[in-house]
Design a protein around this ligand. Structure first.
Ligand code: BES
Ligand code: MN
Ligand code: ZN
Length: 505
């Protein structure tokens, strides 16, 4: 699919479908809608009235201009209130335009640029480029019959994007598409069933990205992790017949790095619960338990393409969590790479064990900060719902940066407090700690469990159990894997960190 820009007057813009964004209650204002409605002698206004189209968020109306426009079809898309519009919302317009374009088998799709302040034009273009790429996503690897997209070209229309602005505008669209593609890559890994997306498959993905983008990659097997003393990670892996893979990707900037960051993602390719086995219903979705790992691996593709002045380690301790004769048992005690011992009382609280060693490992590498993400607790879904990820941290500066990156990227993130009393519930009488707490505040308890493994290094934990995998389509996301939080990661590493640490004082 080609991405382009055009400044042709809307009425003469020859495409199979033109998508027109309309802000709520603003149909009568001069703008893209009025421009096109005038060439139709006010027909669109009358139709909108008849159909109750007011530009409410995600409202849709398709119209056949019957040869009176360059475009064969017009689609009105509700953007909601203008005061609430932010650039990542432009992704919704992109997704909706693609869906409608698919529906009418369009080969060329036009999208009228929503009105935005000059300072936001680039970000809106990125949003559209990202949105159309996300909209093209479908998971059909395992379908015998697939319907390939017929879309050949998406053209963003704006009078302001003429002359020298065209080239930069195209670059913004392309960058959005790069971020969208990284998200789609993560979605594929999350949607892939656990008999296909195994630890070795995640390793293969990492090797591929490393090869394509010139990243360092090191994959460690069970014996190598044993040598490093990763007893907590290997405790989870000991019941699985599929071999664990400790995946480590590294991006090195050309010059001296302004910051070194570690991205750590949970990579449990299937979470049966182990001997503390899950009920059947709760196990259905547990192929998604490597969504954090999929995000860090996939984000590296976009990060490497952007070439930020930041050194990035991406780590995923991949394994299955299975019950078997060799599986770890409730009551077992293990020592991880940090030397800390853990009494395992529930083998379904496995993610934190794998992460403990991964976090300690990256800390040993000498990093300035650690950003970790995991489908860690059902409790987090209870707390924040299916659409919001949680951020937990004791490092104010860092967590604020991460929250702001998420907001800019358009991925919903909310901070949960690390209530000190909940930490006490992890105390064990016979080991340094237990792997489960008192039951209430489970997301916070899991956050507390991870903290000591990061030492004094600024550390943010993201619980993505809710938004990583959807029961149905929502926002820019299809049902199933969403690729969250790839867009936040890319924003954080390629923009937030360079802006904060890149400037010389
Ligand atoms: N992978 C699950 C958490 C999860 C639940 C992710 C639902 C996505 C959707 C995690 O390993 C888990 O089983 N957590 C337990 C922790 C408990 C045993 C302390 C949970 O949430 O029940
Ligand atoms: Mn579990
Ligand atoms: Zn899990």
């Amino acid at each position: 699919m080609k991405l382009d820009v055009s400044s042709t007057p809307l009425s003469h813009f020859e495409v199979d479908l033109i998508a027109i964004p309309v802000f709520e209650g603003r149909l009568d204002e001069p703008g893209r809608f009025q421009e096109i409605d005038q060439s139709l002698n006010g027909r669109l206004t009358r139709l909108a009235e008849l159909e109750g189209f007011e530009g409410k968020s995600e409202q849709l109306l398709v119209y056949n201009p019957d040869g009176k426009l360059g475009a064969s079809r017009v689609m009105l898309y509700g953007m909601g209130p203008r005061a609430e519009f932010t650039p990542p919302d432009a992704r919704l317009l992109g997704v909706a335009a693609i869906k409608a374009g698919r529906g009418c088998k369009a080969k060329t799709l036009g999208i009228a640029m929503p009105r935005a302040a000059k300072s936001k034009v680039d970000a809106v273009l990125e949003g559209i480029g990202c949105g159309v790429t996300l909209g093209e996503y479908s998971f059909d690897e395992f379908k015998s019959e697939t319907k390939p997209s017929e879309l050949e070209e998406v053209i963003v229309n704006s009078k302001e994007l003429a002359g020298p602005r065209q080239r930069t505008a195209r670059a913004r669209l392309e960058w959005g598409a790069t971020v969208g593609a990284a998200t789609n890559r993560a979605r594929d890994l999350v949607n892939g069933p656990a008999n296909d997306v195994t630890p070795e498959r995640l390793a293969k993905e990492a090797r591929e990205i490393a090869k394509k983008h010139g990243l360092k990659v090191k994959i460690r097997n069970r014996a190598e992790c044993e040598k490093l003393g990763m007893g907590l990670y290997l405790a989870v892996a000991q019941g699985a017949s599929r071999e664990p893979r400790f995946i480590h990707l590294q991006y090195e900037p050309a010059g001296k790095p302004v910051r070194t960051v570690a991205l750590v993602g949970k990579g449990v390719t299937f979470d049966s619960g182990g001997l503390s086995i899950k009920p059947a219903k709760a196990m259905e979705e547990m192929k998604c338990d490597m969504a954090g790992g999929a995000a860090v691996i996939s984000a590296m593709a976009a990060i490497a393409a952007a070439k930020p002045p930041v050194r990035v380690h991406a780590v995923c301790a991949a394994t299955e969590n299975m019950p078997s004769g060799d599986a770890y048992r409730p009551g077992d005690i293990f020592k991880g790479m940090s030397g800390r011992t853990v009494e395992v009382l529930n083998t379904d609280a496995e993610g934190r064990l794998t992460l403990a060693d991964a976090i300690h490992f990256v800390n040993q590498e000498g990093v300035d900060e650690i950003l970790e993400m995991s489908t860690l607790t059902g409790a987090c879904i209870v707390a924040l719902g299916k659409y919001t990820m949680a951020a937990m941290s004791k490092h104010e500066d860092m967590v604020k940066r991460v929250l702001s990156a998420a907001e800019t990227a358009g991925e919903d993130m909310w901070r949960l407090p690390l209530v000190p009393r909940i930490a006490k519930e992890l105390k064990s009488e016979i080991a340094d700690c237990k792997n489960i707490g008192g039951g209430y505040g489970g997301a916070i308890s899991a956050g507390h469990f991870l903290l000591p493994f990061a030492g004094d290094t600024p550390f943010v934990h993201l619980d993505i159990a809710g938004p990583a995998f959807g029961d149905g389509p929502w926002g820019v996301n299809p049902k199933g894997g969403t690729g969250i939080p790839v867009q936040t990661l890319v924003q954080y590493v390629t923009r937030t960190l360079p802006e904060k640490f890149g400037k010389k004082k």
